[in-house]
Design a protein around this ligand. Structure first.
Ligand code: BES
Ligand code: ZN
Length: 618
């Protein structure tokens, strides 16, 4: 009898703990968002096993994407896919029904896969196509060494679905393993634990054990090598770039250490940078463990490395604490710019940080001017429903986001603000957050606690810049401005004063020419300072913009502009120059160059410039 009772007790205990176990693993709640077809509240992916072959002859990636899933009793799981050829799908190893829903030009197709309540794993057999937008396949001619082809991906914002069928929302997080086969003379690297040398057979195995959002899954394949900077930082680049990159980024370990001192431990173990060919459409992309970077950042004097500080800062704001939807993009970029400035200040001092902040302040003014007919796009919280997120993701998120956080810092004091930020990152690590949750967290943990009132809602939900904005002052730049003014009056510059200028001072100088500066003055400056031939990509870019604005054609600057636009695909640079052509009614000149250059650009740059110049391909 005793035994029977004991047994019954055990059974009851077992049953109730089973029930508990079932209740304890509810799916997290995902919010509705307009840029993914997935219904993660019904069934969600948790881990990816990728097994692919990268074929440079056909320019196709093919293989399988296999997922562990959490199923909330759903009879289907929906993935995002765009321009992929789906061959078959399996659920727990047996073929299952699947269907591609209607095509949307921004979002692609929902891939609907039949599953059972007990399905644990789904496997998609697929191929990319020649429309695949994330990938750029480069001919040897388009690389630094000019001997081998190159491939890289760009996932943000919604392009990962064009090379992997996936639930492509930043709210989703997956760990992943990947087996990648590439031509034996090339090396593959991913946003994961990476090889440091080539394998004999061109097969590489990757592991990303921390959960990341799909837009951060990335791969690059090329004839590259690795050179360490410290035991957790280093650079990948083609041979002819490796030493230059290693020198340029030699402060990387110090950057990581400074960042950790500010806002807590670096969570991703390794921080490497790969220098890509010049068509890479961004300055940098914060792929976890391996930032992707443009070669235009290699100036020879470490002057443009704030870009590395920026991508590193994303290891906290963006990769660790991720925007839940692209409407909350400012949570990624605004915090990252703020953090970037703090790293730069800690490493190189206030003068340098203030110059960078002033440049951003001028960028913001120009962006506001450009958006004066679409004030909604000047809000921090965006409404990108029905739009390609890429179109609404302008520099407002960066520069207004920064100004908001800097104003907040100056209001509450740096000490309290730093404690707040550190706790914010720690308490939200490996999760997503949106604007509304952030405001609540800010109120509870910083403002109410310290009895501070702040116009947070105005900053976030209203267009333009609130009255209480922090005023950013740079003494260095004020001196530069007075030199511009003197020059315009006297046609003379005391070169003693410019001898020690940093590239930032040159950029500020060039950007602040008055509109009525004449061609002779442009010529005089060019002859004195050789601006047309500047080796610093940033100075060159702003000088070209001014050459177009001021109708200056001396020293073969037109040829230089054309070469720059054909070789470089960094969207911010090329769009600044094309915009200058357009603003000055020289769109025809721009189109002549663009028709030659377009083939060299990645799809995100092509999309932006097509729209800007009204280009329709035949
Ligand atoms: N995450 C962005 C790049 C991005 C933004 C890609 C939106 C796709 C959609 C990256 O961190 C970035 O901001 N890059 C900047 C550099 C920077 C120093 C401001 C860039 O590419 O210019
Ligand atoms: Zn960024």
């Amino acid at each position: 009898m005793k035994k029977a009772l004991l047994l019954l007790g055990c059974v009851i205990l077992l049953f109730s703990s089973c029930q508990k176990a079932k209740k304890q693993t509810p799916l997290m709640t995902y919010i509705e968002e307009p840029h993914s077809f997935a219904k993660p509240n019904e069934a969600v992916i948790t881990h990816l096993d990728l097994d692919i072959k990268v074929d440079f002859d056909t320019e196709i990636i093919s293989g399988t994407a296999s997922y562990l899933i959490n199923n909330n009793d759903a009879s289907e799981i929906i993935l995002d896919s765009k321009f992929l050829e789906i061959e078959k799908v399996q659920a727990d190893g047996t073929d299952t029904n699947f269907k591609l829903g209607a095509f949307d030009s921004q979002l692609g197709n929902p891939l609907k896969i039949a599953i059972k309540p007990e399905t644990k794993r789904i496997t998609v057999f697929y191929k990319t196509t020649d429309k695949t937008e994330a990938l750029q396949w480069l001919k040897p001619q388009q690389t630094a060494d000019k001997a081998q082809p190159f491939l890289f991906t760009q996932g943000q914002a919604i392009l990962t679905r064009t090379w992997i069928p996936i639930q492509d929302s930043p709210q989703i997080r997956v760990t992943y393993n990947a087996k990648v086969a590439v031509p034996a003379q090339l090396m593959a690297v991913m946003s994961a634990e990476n090889p440091k040398t080539k394998t004999a057979d061109g097969v590489y195995n990757f592991k990303m054990t921390q959960p990341i959002s799909p837009y951060l899954i990335a791969i690059a394949v090329g004839d590259i090598a690795y050179k360490p900077i410290s035991n957790r930082t280093g650079v990948y680049a083609e041979k002819s770039m490796l030493d230059k990159a290693h020198f340029e980024f030699s402060d990387m370990e110090n950057m990581v250490a400074s960042a950790e001192k500010l806002y807590g431990k670096y969570a991703w173990e390794q921080f490497d940078v790969i220098v890509l060919p010049p068509s890479f459409p961004f300055g940098g992309m914060e792929n976890p463990r391996l930032t992707f970077a443009t070669p235009t950042v290699i100036a020879g004097d470490k002057s443009l490395t704030s870009l590395i500080a920026h991508e590193l800062a994303h290891s906290w704001s963006g990769n660790l604490v991720t925007n839940a939807t692209w409407d909350d993009f400012w949570l990624n970029e605004g915090f990252t710019v703020y953090f970037e400035m703090r790293i730069m200040e800690a490493l190189y001092g206030k003068d340098r940080a203030n110059m960078l902040a002033r440049i951003g302040r001028q960028d913001l003014e120009e962006e506001l001017e450009g958006l004066k007919d679409s004030p909604n796009d000047t809000k921090l919280k965006l409404d990108l429903n029905g739009r390609n997120p890429d179109d609404g993701m302008n520099s407002i998120a960066y520069d207004k986001g920064y100004l908001f956080l800097r104003t907040l810092e100056e209001t509450v004091g740096r000490e309290k603000f730093d404690v707040f930020l550190k706790n914010y990152f720690e308490s939200h690590a490996f999760s997503t957050t949106n604007t509304e949750k952030f405001i609540k967290y800010l109120n509870e943990n910083l403002l109410e606690k310290n009895g501070i009132t702040f116009n947070t809602e105005e900053w976030i939900y209203q267009p333009g810049i609130p009255e209480n904005q922090a005023i950013i002052v740079s003494d260095k730049f004020e001196q530069v401005e007075s030199i511009v003014q003197d020059f315009v009056k006297t046609n003379n510059i005391d070169q003693e004063k410019t001898n020690n200028w940093t590239p930032q001072e040159w950029v500020h100088f060039v950007r602040n020419f008055p509109e009525d500066m004449n061609t002779e003055q442009m010529q005089l400056l060019d002859n004195t300072f050789n601006l047309t031939n500047s080796n610093n990509s940033y100075i060159a870019m702003v000088w070209y913009e001014q050459a177009i604005n001021h109708d200056y054609h001396g020293n073969n600057v037109d040829e230089k502009i054309e070469t720059f636009l054909t070789e470089v695909g960094r969207r911010w640079y090329v769009s600044t120059i094309y915009k200058a052509f357009k603003r000055n009614n020289k769109t025809d000149d721009a189109l002549v160059i663009y028709k030659k250059a377009r083939n060299n650009y990645h799809s995100v740059t092509v999309n932006t410039i097509d729209a800007m110049l009204g280009f329709v391909s035949e």
